[in-house]
Ligand binder design. Structure first.
Ligand SMILES: Cc1cc2nc3c(=O)[nH]c(=O)nc-3n(C[C@H](O)[C@H](O)[C@H](O)COP(=O)(O)OP(=O)(O)OC[C@H]3O[C@@H](n4cnc5c(N)ncnc54)[C@H](O)[C@@H]3O)c2cc1C
Ligand SMILES: *[C@@H]1O[C@H](CO)[C@@H](O)[C@H](O)[C@H]1NC(C)=O
Ligand SMILES: *[C@@H]1O[C@H](CO)[C@@H](O)[C@H](O)[C@H]1NC(C)=O
Ligand SMILES: *[C@@H]1O[C@H](CO)[C@@H](O)[C@H](O)[C@H]1NC(C)=O
Length: 485
């Protein structure tokens, strides 16, 4: 990790300084700008569609005590080699966390009828589950053929787990099944899919997990972004500038090797290089009208193949504490045989697999896929009622009040994200990620006009903040290399 101390790197000697446009002020775009500024290149603009920086990093205030809740990124996934961890650690963002450590550590595993499943049984299921996940990852690493063509992680886990369940008696089986199903719903949120049957078994192991625990950032994940932003001149970041088209055909721009970026409001920006960091959800929806000339066929194909799901959160703020002070999570063990309705109106909440106590009176639940998208269409009052009712069932307590406030995310409906994060869907390959990150060079030009960053362009850390940050550095560095000795 390079030093983010705000000084310009004097060792870089530019042959000429290009003009650069960065599209998107998420962590990939901000990291790219920070890198350029650190290398002494300040002739760049970051064009951001929305009225804030951060994109899928978004910390909001909850309660009056200065506590934050995360609408998007929540955890630093691992420590070793994790640049986000390094920034957080060097800037003392984790200290509060060390102080509060271990206050809450009990996870309740509760069923719909309020039964509690023993920790021993949960541990046994987790052990099998962990082995099965490792097995799934092995297909990628060993290039071993999958049992079936176009096999999915979901189908594999289900087959193998049913086999393991066979040795248990009926009652035991049911509880184990519920714990397993709960782990699958969690896996859907980690992966970012609707159903693990959408996820390629062959490619599952391509995601690289970094060693170490997963920390949250008490002052909010946005603090990471603020640190990077310190190195970027304020006037370089332009908000409320949704980009409509990227014309990367220099002859038509009538300026040598320049790209023309046009915003929705007609404003035009010219640059030698554009770094595009919009989500793959945005690319899926708009890439055929965004680029002129159109993207090469293989890049279009990669954009269509890669998966991009919806993960949302429901944040409930209560007037009072709702669970014992040592409870960290209420794990919701839904019974798959207990689904009487098919209508999402009655089933959407069955996708929430747990509520985590983030502050004593604030619970956060996660859900993915179709149910998440349905939740986005509900009123906050409806969500409050549905969640109160489910907590009453699982905790077997009729005195759970309505939350006084509900904050929920709407990543599926966000026009500048159109989902949550990428995964390798059935049919997609790691090769598609490499195709996606390939820069575009117009015919007759010797340097690339359009470069691609963002979470989905990282071959092994896709779907994460550290992956996104590293792609920003990667593309900025590509530009620096083109113009330095
Ligand atoms: C609910 C949720 C939970 C998550 N949890 C974690 C976690 O715990 N840990 C973790 O590491 N990661 C997590 N992630 C993933 C992480 O947030 C993302 O991988 C990362 O923030 C993506 O950064 P990015 O810069 O690639 O994209 P973005 O943050 O999406 O940035 C792209 C920017 O481009 C802008 N834009 C889009 N279209 C246009 C346009 N036409 N013109 C101009 N600008 C445009 C957008 O507004 C946005 O600001 C989570 C994500 C979500 C949604
Ligand atoms: C930013 O945009 C959102 C959504 O369009 C809007 O609700 C919010 O009020 C805006 N915030 C500011 C500070 O303009
Ligand atoms: C996931 O898909 C499989 C196969 O289509 C289906 O049997 C299963 O019920 C789905 N799981 C969930 C949680 O929707
Ligand atoms: C293209 O550039 C040339 C030289 O700068 C200029 O004379 C000409 O008018 C331009 N054409 C258009 C269509 O802008």
């Amino acid at each position: 990790m390079e030093d983010l101390n705000g000084t310009v790197d004097e060792s870089v000697s530019w042959t000429n300084k290009p003009k650069v446009i960065i599209i998107g002020a998420g962590i990939a775009g901000i990291a790219a700008g920070e890198y350029l500024a650190r290398k002494g290149l300040t002739d760049f603009k970051i064009l951001e569609a929305s009225n804030r920086t951060g994109g899928r990093i978004w910390s909001v205030d909850v309660d009056d005590d200065g506590h934050k809740a995360e609408m998007g990124a929540n955890w630093i996934h691992g420590i070793e080699r994790n640049p986000i961890y390094q920034i957080a650690d060097q800037n003392h963002l984790l200290e509060l966390r060390h102080a509060n450590r271990n206050l809450r550590r009990r996870d309740l595993h509760a069923t719909e009828s309020g039964d509690i499943v023993s920790d021993k049984m949960v541990k046994e299921v987790d052990f099998s589950y962990g082995m099965l996940i490792a097995e799934c990852e092995d297909y990628f690493h060993s290039s071993m053929p999958t049992p079936e063509e176009g096999d999915s992680v979901g189908a594999h886990l289900e087959r193998e787990f049913q086999e393991k369940l066979d040795k248990y008696s009926n009652g035991d089986r049911r509880f184990r099944q519920m714990v397993f199903d709960q782990r699958i719903l969690l896996e859907c949120c980690i992966t970012g899919c609707d159903n693990m049957s959408d996820v390629s078994l062959e490619e599952f192991g391509c995601y690289e997990e970094l060693p170490g625990v997963h920390y949250t950032i008490p002052p909010g994940f946005e603090a990471i972004l603020e640190i990077l932003k310190k190195n970027i001149p304020e006037e370089n970041i332009l908000l409320n500038k949704p980009v409509k088209t990227i014309n990367w055909s220099p002859s038509e721009n009538n300026k040598s090797e320049e790209v023309c970026v046009e915003c929705e409001n007609g404003e035009k920006f010219y640059a030698n290089h554009v770094i595009c960091t919009v989500s793959i959800g945005v690319l899926k929806a708009a890439c055929d009208r965004m680029f002129y000339p159109p993207l090469p066929k293989d890049k279009q194909q990669a954009i269509q193949s890669l998966g991009f799901g919806i993960v949302d959160k429901v944040i409930l703020e209560f007037d009072q504490t709702v669970v014992d002070s040592d409870v960290f999570r209420i794990e919701l063990l839904w019974d798959r045989d207990n689904v009487k309705e098919k209508d999402l109106r009655y089933t959407w909440m069955r996708k929430i697999y747990s509520f985590e106590v983030v502050h004593e009176n604030i619970l956060v639940g996660w859900l993915s896929g179709k149910e998440a998208l349905y939740m986005e269409s509900l009123t906050e009052d409806q969500i409050a009622e549905d969640c109160r009712d489910l907590l009453r069932k699982f905790l077997n307590r009729n005195d759970i009040p309505l939350p006084k406030r509900v904050i929920r995310t709407r990543w599926g409906n966000n026009p500048y994200t159109r989902g949550s994060y990428s995964f390798l869907a059935i049919g997609a390959r790691q090769k598609d990620i490499y195709t996606l990150q390939e820069p575009l060079t117009a015919s007759g030009c010797d340097k690339p006009q359009v470069l691609f960053g963002g979470e989905a362009t990282h071959p092994t850390f896709y779907s994460t903040t550290h992956g996104a940050l590293l792609t920003g550095y990667r593309e900025a560095q590509r530009i620096v290399k083109l113009h330095t000795e």
